[in-house]
Design a protein around this ligand. Structure first.
Ligand code: ZN
Length: 234
């Protein structure tokens, strides 16, 4: 019997302290999937990108990754705090890191031991920008799974975790490592275990040192509202 364990991360948002806490908590895994927004908002884009690169992840682009790597265009879609953080994050990354981020695909299709997996930051229709919150995901699970032609569809972007099962198929969002918004400030991530084409998914929450993240954010001149929200998970 052969099984694999996959670590699923999303919306790390340059929160390196939270990322480290998640990796420590997850202990061992065979592969890493990332549903986008590696950078933006937080204080440590460079360390976050480097740490992620070491894990050789299957990753897609998020809207903040686009803003940070292009430095224009989509930035106009951000509110003033997000845009400020995008600009600060861009300055904190070197050329190689920007290049690595900019080369991430918008969509990802994987075959994991016979299980068809799709990954989008937003939705199958608008991979970068569309928000699919848990309630809508539940109502439209069949439609989304069919649109993505997948057994397992992973979304990010909302920072709100969910796992919806439909027959043997699953639509899920791992929540956000670096800026949870479901009222629980702990870092959120997901693990998938596949054995004999059976899929099991688990959501995990991990405490991390939010104060340390706040100090780093202050030192980099990031807006107060962006570290205040970390304490309440909103
Ligand atoms: Zn995000």
């Amino acid at each position: 019997m052969y099984s694999i364990k996959i670590l699923v991360l999303s919306d790390i948002h340059s929160n390196f302290i939270a990322l480290e806490a998640v990796l420590k908590d997850a202990e061992s895994y065979d592969a890493v999937i990332c549903a986008g927004d590696i950078v933006g908002y937080g204080p440590d884009p460079g360390d976050s990108v480097e740490r992620l690169k070491e894990l050789n992840p299957k990753a897609v682009l998020g809207n903040h990754d686009v803003g940070v790597t292009t430095g224009h265009g989509p930035v106009s879609n951000f509110n003033v705090y997000a845009a400020t953080a995008v600009n600060i994050n861009r300055r904190l990354l070197n050329q190689a890191q920007l290049k690595w981020l900019g080369r991430l695909p918008e969509t990802l299709k994987l075959d994991l031991m016979g299980v068809k997996v799709s990954v989008f930051h937003g939705s199958p229709y608008h991979p970068i920008w569309e928000y699919i919150f848990p309630q809508e995901a539940k109502l439209r699970a069949r439609e989304f799974l069919e649109a993505a032609k997948s057994d397992l569809l992973i979304l990010g972007h909302t920072h709100v975790p969910f796992i919806h099962r439909l027959d043997k198929r699953i639509l899920a969002n791992p929540g956000s490592v670096g800026q949870p918004r479901d009222g629980d400030p702990r870092a959120s991530y997901m693990t998938i275990e596949i054995e004999d084409e059976e899929i099991e998914t688990f959501n995990h929450r991990v405490r991390y040192d939010i104060q340390e993240t706040e100090e780093r954010m202050r030192a980099k001149g990031l807006p107060e509202v962006l570290y205040k929200r970390l304490y309440i998970g909103r």
